[in-house]
Design a protein around this ligand. Structure first.
Ligand code: ADP
Ligand code: MG
Ligand code: MG
Length: 474
């Protein structure tokens, strides 16, 4: 995201800094499970390696940073408003459900909740809106809005601290100032939002339940929230997979959710966003059970659906935002960050994308990185879809490809630093909490910068494409 070349660091200095940084990671819990150790995804404290990171923060002009922060509460409100319109969600996703089994199962749960007229009084959203700076138009454009399992609030906060520390030590010869790295309280702010939701639920003995994958190398990011919940707020977190919830959980007639005989106040999902998290009917039963309970869900099924790529594309159509928001300035701010988004009903755009696939990204209704289709694969997929005609197209949306400016940086992975041309993606965390008509929180909650080599299409850190980063305001 840089307009200015980063300060040159010679390879020997970079090596020294990388070693100091990697040691800092180990000392401060900026760690993930090591792929090389099979037990690292299931046994805490075994097989740790420093999280992949960028040696120095990514540069970003300050006004883009402010713009992104300002958008967070508006997106929070938008998600809440859209979630209240069950018919809009069902109708917008009706064609997708015909061809995408996962979306269909989510909609099925949503429809059941609509039929029983289930109302969520306490509504908690922990989102992350991701952006790239388009070099051609010099505008900040949204990549996507994550409403479920937005990851790295824990580790992201630490990378900002790591970068401030390195700049403190080496800044004199790099001509960098630590205060230009914005403080990042994502970890404590997300924990605070979970704690406030717990307080609204108002049962002292109840716990927060984190829904986890059976194997999770990113568990320390999650444990950071657990730690804040316990130490700052005195709240206990239990960790359960969906299949454990199915085996150990029940909902009492009054809506109380009990898991392993503990009452659950807040369910925080760090799993459940991909079909892989539902290998059998047991996981789907657990998801339904939780939804039927009175526990606060982060996210509820409707918040989850609002975060789908199809809904992102529907919201970008003319006059749709106006259905959900009144404030014209807010609407204008949101629209300004929308990239081109199209459904595959649009023959013209399909034709253009087949001609110039490099200008588009083809996205299925999936989360977690590694699912998008680019370049020649995009052309081939669209050509096949066009020949087949019919419903299969409804599984995808097309998006304008954003081209951030590349800059040189050192990325450190597994103790080795590599210099390369990189691009960055800025994520802004947002928390929203409402109890009936009382809005308790609607805030920006810190940030996540992710940086990847510019030749890579995808961007996930956990998926192995990107490294964690922070930002340097210019
Ligand atoms: P996911 O929910 O799997 O994270 P994303 O929409 O965020 O899906 O896409 C994954 C990655 O693909 C992003 O992190 C980004 O690096 C890249 N990407 C997505 N959309 C675009 C786009 N319009 N232009 C350029 N890169 C994109
Ligand atoms: Mg996503
Ligand atoms: Mg993403």
């Amino acid at each position: 995201m840089s307009a200015v070349a980063p300060p040159a660091v010679d390879p020997a200095a970079a090596e020294e800094m990388a070693q100091e940084a990697a040691a800092w990671c180990a000392l401060h819990g900026l760690v993930v499970g090591d792929r090389a150790n099979p037990r690292s995804a299931t046994v805490p404290g075994v097989g740790l390696v420093h999280a992949p990171f960028s040696l120095l923060p990514a540069r970003l002009p300050e006004h883009f940073w402010r713009q992104a922060c300002e958008l967070a509460p508006i997106f929070n409100e938008l998600v809440d408003r859209v979630s209240l319109d069950g018919d809009f969600l069902q109708d917008s996703l009706s064609k997708t459900r015909q061809v995408d089994d996962f979306t269909s199962r989510l909609l099925e749960i949503h429809r059941k909740m609509m039929e029983t007229n289930k109302k969520e009084n306490i509504r908690l959203g922990l989102h992350r809106s991701d952006y790239m700076l388009d070099s051609e138009t010099r505008s900040l454009l949204q990549i996507e809005l994550n409403t479920i399992s937005a990851s790295f609030p824990g580790l992201g906060s630490l990378v900002s601290e790591l970068h401030r520390t390195l700049i403190n030590h080496y800044g004199h010869f790099l001509s960098l100032e630590p205060k230009r790295v914005p403080g990042n309280a994502a970890s404590s702010k997300f924990a605070e939002a979970l704690a406030k939701a717990w307080a609204e639920f108002n049962v002292d003995s109840a716990v927060v339940m984190m829904i986890i994958q059976p194997e999770e190398r990113n568990m320390y990011d999650q444990y950071w929230l657990t730690k804040h919940l316990k130490i700052t707020h005195g709240i206990t977190t239990i960790r359960k997979t969906l299949s454990q919830v199915e085996a150990e959980g029940k909902v009492l007639p009054d809506g109380t959710l009990l898991v392993d005989n503990k009452q659950v106040a807040v369910v925080y999902y760090r799993a459940g966003y991909t079909p892989n998290d539902y290998p059998s009917e047991a996981e789907w039963s657990a998801r339904l059970l939780i939804e039927q309970s009175s526990a606060v869900k982060c996210p509820s099924i409707s918040y989850h659906l609002v975060g789908t790529k199809k809904i992102q594309q529907e919201l970008a159509k003319p006059n749709v935002l106006e259905r959900f928001l009144e404030n014209k300035e807010d609407i204008a701010k949101l629209r300004k960050c929308f990239a081109g988004l199209w459904s595959l009903d649009d023959e013209e755009i399909i034709k253009t994308a087949i001609e110039k696939p490099e200008l588009f990204v083809l996205k299925p209704q999936r989360e977690g990185g590694g699912n998008n289709i680019y370049g020649l694969d995009l052309r081939e997929t669209l050509t096949i879809l066009q020949k087949e005609g019919g419903d299969a197209r409804a599984a995808y949306i097309l998006m304008q490809r954003i081209f951030p400016e590349a800059s040189l940086a050192y990325l450190v992975r597994d103790g080795i630093s590599h210099e390369g041309l990189v691009i960055s993606e800025l994520g802004i965390y947002g928390a929203y909490l409402r109890n009936k008509d009382k809005v308790v929180i609607n805030d920006q909650c810190g940030y996540l910068m992710r940086t990847k080599v510019s030749s890579s299409d995808e961007g996930g850190v956990a998926a192995g494409f990107a490294v964690l980063d922070s930002l340097y305001l210019t």
